[in-house]
Structures are given as C-alpha cells and as structure tokens.
Design a protein around this ligand. Structure first.
Ligand code: PSU
Ligand code: MN
Length: 304
C-alpha cells in the first residue's frame, strides 16, 4: 500500500471482501459545478451507487493525503472551497503531497489513486481530451495519457464538443484505449446522445462490460477502458443550441487568452453561464446515469 494513501474503512472492507466499489472524481465537485449543487450532486451520486449495490469512493487529496473515499464533511469542505482547491492532474501530485496541500482530482489523478487502492471502475461526467486548435496549442488533456497507461474502466457521457472529438478518438486509438458505446454505436457528446462519430464497439449490458474488463485484466493489458454512456433522452439538449453556446465560450476564451489548466474550467463555467441552469441540470443527470451503470458493472464484475 502506498504510504501516502488513505483508503476509507468502508471502502477498504469492500475491496477486501471482493464487493463492488466505484471511484468518483473531485474536480467535478470543486471546479465543475457551483456550490451548493456540487455538494448535493456529489452526495446524491454516492447514494445512487449505494442504492445500486456498490460502495462509492470519492477521491481527492486532503492535507497531502491521497484519499480513496471521503466523509460527507470532506465532500462539503471541497465543495465550499470550490475553485480555491488546486485542480490536480498527474503533474501536480508530488508537489501537493510534499506540501501537505489539498487537491481536487481530475480524471487522470482519480484513475491513479483508484488504481493504487485497487478500485477497478470509476464514474464521471466527461473526460478531458484533445482541445480544438491542439495542432498549434498542443493542449491535450493528461486524462488521455492516463487512459493509455492506468488500468481502470472509466464510465463517462462521452466528451463535450468544447473538445476536438475526432482528434480525441484518434489519440485514444493511438494509445490503445478501447472506446465502448453503451447501447450505442455513436460517441455521445455529453449534453447530446450523438456526435456523428463511431465508437469501437457497442456493448449492451453491465455483464458484458464486466466480462470485457475481466478479460482485459486476464490478458494483463495496461491502460484503461473508456465506456461512453449517452445522457438519458429526457435530459439531452438541442445539439445546435449547445454547439452555438460552446462556440461562443471558445471565442471568449481565445479573446481572454485563457490557456493551460484554466481552459477546461473556463469553458465549462462559460457554457453554464450562457445556458442559465439548463446545462447544469443535464450535467447532473448524466453523472447520475453514469454512476448507475458503473455500480451495476462493478457488481457484475464481482460475480465473475
Ligand atoms: N469535462 C467535463 N467536465 C469536467 C471535466 C472535464 O465535461 O468536470 C474536468 C474533469 O475533472 C477532467 C478535467 O478530468 O476537467 C480535464 O481537465 P484538463 O482538460 O485540463 O486536463
Ligand atoms: Mn489542457
């Protein structure tokens, strides 16, 4: 066990007994949604995972400790501090831990810490990817590199059109990351169910997802598996409307010279601002939907 890792007792017990556990990220709490919806959503996601028979492990860095599983008080603390907490991707880990600081974990660091703790499945909203204009900015999320090297199944709603979706798929292909569509042949685009781009394989049940993950482990393959689960029809947004909003947000980021790790939070905040509450409700519902699928897949995995 890593000397800097604290696995919450309930999570440690579930892992030891071979019961299902689902990891959750914390950047979505502190940088992805406003307070208090962020805390309410984080607690509701944990409840959905419990209701579906698995144990939730929200992951973060607190006082320099890598935490796999947080208390409700710790989730409240992260949500209230919001953007003051450092957004922690792979390159931030050593310094934050050495300094005894806090960090909100992105998909990349959540995968790393989940893997250290022995958690195999992780539910989130959307992953980072190749940004539009990356051919000159080289802005490619460390989430993609992590998917290429850390063996965790990530359940998401695809990737937002703030990214270059075709290039994101190319990058995942190069790094050997399988992109599975849950009951769909098309890559979902977060707020909408379709993107016009194909996934590698359509998979129709949690049992089938679990079987693929198990086989991945038995083959001894490195790297993760990306499961893309479309937002429920009822909550999906109008594609033209949301894409116009995204274009506006990107233009504003360019005008303000936003770059580096600020880009994704800036774009997410702008989209929310421009759409009023609509995009936030969609965002919350797709996370719930991913949590359900991840919990059912974790349960199916434990039965194999
Ligand atoms: N995309 C979303 N919602 C999010 C993020 C991405 O639709 O909350 C967050 C995740 O934590 C993701 C991170 O890991 O942003 C990616 O940031 P960057 O592009 O700087 O790697
Ligand atoms: Mn980036």
């Amino acid at each position: 066990m890593n000397q800097y890792l604290d696995v919450h007792p309930g999570v440690a017990q579930a892992i030891a007994q071979g019961r299902p556990v689902v990891a959750l990220e914390s950047t979505i709490i502190s940088h992805g949604m406003p307070y208090p919806q962020n805390v309410e959503t984080a607690l509701a996601v944990e409840k959905i995972i419990r209701d579906n028979g698995a144990v939730p492990a929200t992951i973060a860095i607190l006082g320099g400790r890598l935490k796999a599983g947080l208390s409700a008080e710790e989730i409240e603390y992260l949500g209230k501090k919001g953007q003051e907490v450092t957004k922690a991707s792979r390159r931030d880990l050593s310094t934050l831990v050495a300094w005894g600081a806090d960090g909100a974990t992105t998909v990349a660091t959540t995968m790393m810490i989940a893997h250290m703790a022995g958690i195999k499945i992780f539910a989130t909203g959307g992953i980072g990817g190749v940004h539009r204009g990356a051919e000159t900015t080289m802005d490619i999320s460390a989430d993609l590199e992590e998917l290429g090297q850390t063996d965790v199944m990530v359940v998401c709603a695809g990737a937002k059109a703030i990214l270059d979706l075709p290039l994101t798929l190319e990058y995942l292909e190069t790094h050997g990351v399988p992109v599975l569509g849950y009951q769909t042949k098309e890559l979902p685009a977060f707020y909408t169910r379709t993107s016009g781009l194909g996934v590698d394989y359509q998979v129709d049940s949690p049992e089938e997802l679990a079987n693929i993950l198990k086989t991945h482990h038995q083959l001894g393959l490195k790297g993760g598996i990306l499961v893309t689960n479309p937002i429920p029809e009822k909550y999906s947004m109008d594609a033209d409307a949301i894409n116009a909003v995204i274009d506006q947000a990107i233009a504003q980021a360019e005008a303000e010279g936003i770059h580096g790790k600020e880009t994704t939070p800036f774009l997410l905040a702008k989209v929310k601002e421009i759409t009023g509450g609509d995009s936030l409700e969609a965002n919350i519902q797709l996370v719930f939907n991913n949590a359900r699928l991840a919990a059912r897949t974790a349960e199916a995995y434990c039965k194999l």
